[in-house]
Write a protein that binds this ligand. Structure first.
Ligand code: PRP
Ligand code: URA
Length: 237
């Protein structure tokens, strides 16, 4: 551990101090990484980042941005034919083949899980609690409501912030043990460091984010970022 990283000295812990980080340009072309280019997304992201945006508005924006991401992330879902009767005649329509799962990484992922439910109301929500230790930046599991019966075509792990990547990597590891055929990660802001780590550790998943930022600061916060996504959603400052 870094010498300046102290849990007990009353000084802030600086676990990322001196840790080499890739530049933004170096991770732009990673395979299976999708960074939104939608102008409405960029507009909403500016309001989300604003330090004057208060929790009720912040939560609403997380849900709206999450819905735009949900549309992007679900664009390749498998469909199956199904008969439907319109008021005029019978036709063959399409429906999603197999269940859709959404795993919010607690607690900041809760707003995004709501977004996915708006887009796919019968999605199953699999709650997973991971807390990042502010001194070591290691994620610790504290809650797990993943069912044992798996009947999904895909599961989306959702969490607004991809910082060091530790929480996302652990979440995907846990979901992989359930044998889900297809997994994706959906986040709002990624740091180059965490994006590279997640992509290298799990090259078989798709990663969707609304924005790719510049770096992590010494405390492991995304810069310029938006601060603490959990605190800003739930008003716990
Ligand atoms: C935040 C965030 C991610 C994690 C990202 O959660 O929502 O889960 O940190 O950091 P990482 O990429 O370095 O792992 P936090 O642990 O602060 O918990 P919270 O959602 O309860 O605020
Ligand atoms: N978690 C957050 O909420 N924000 C960051 O910048 C990093 C981790």
């Amino acid at each position: 551990m870094n010498e300046t990283n102290t849990q007990y000295g009353g000084r802030p812990s600086l676990p990322m101090q001196g840790v080499p980080q890739p530049k933004r340009d170096e991770v732009l072309g990673l395979p299976r990484v999708h960074i939104s280019t939608h102008p409405v997304m960029a507009h909403k992201m500016t309001a989300l980042r604003d330090k004057n945006t208060q929790p009720p508005e912040f939560y609403r924006l997380v849900k709206e941005i999450g819905m735009l991401l949900a549309y992007e992330a679900t664009a390749n879902l498998t469909l199956e034919p199904t008969d439907v009767e319109t008021p005029l005649e019978r036709m063959t329509g399409q429906r999603l083949a197999g269940g859709i799962g959404v795993t919010p990484i607690l607690r900041a992922g809760l707003g995004m899980a709501e977004s996915f439910r708006e887009v796919i109301p019968d999605a199953q929500i699999w709650h997973l609690g991971l807390r990042r230790d502010e001194n070591t930046l290691q994620a610790m599991e504290y809650y797990n409501q993943l069912p044992h019966k798996v009947d999904l075509q895909v599961c989306y792990a959702v969490d607004p912030m991809l910082a060091t990547g530790g929480s996302a990597i652990d979440a995907i590891n846990i979901l992989k043990l359930r044998g889900i055929p297809l997994l994706s990660y959906v986040g709002i802001i990624a740091a180059p460091y965490g994006l590279l780590k997640l992509s290298q550790t799990h090259p078989d998943i798709d990663i969707y984010v609304a924005a790719l930022d510049e770096s992590l600061n010494d405390r492991g916060y995304i810069m310029p970022g938006l601060g603490d996504a959990g605190d800003r959603q739930f008003g716990t400052f």
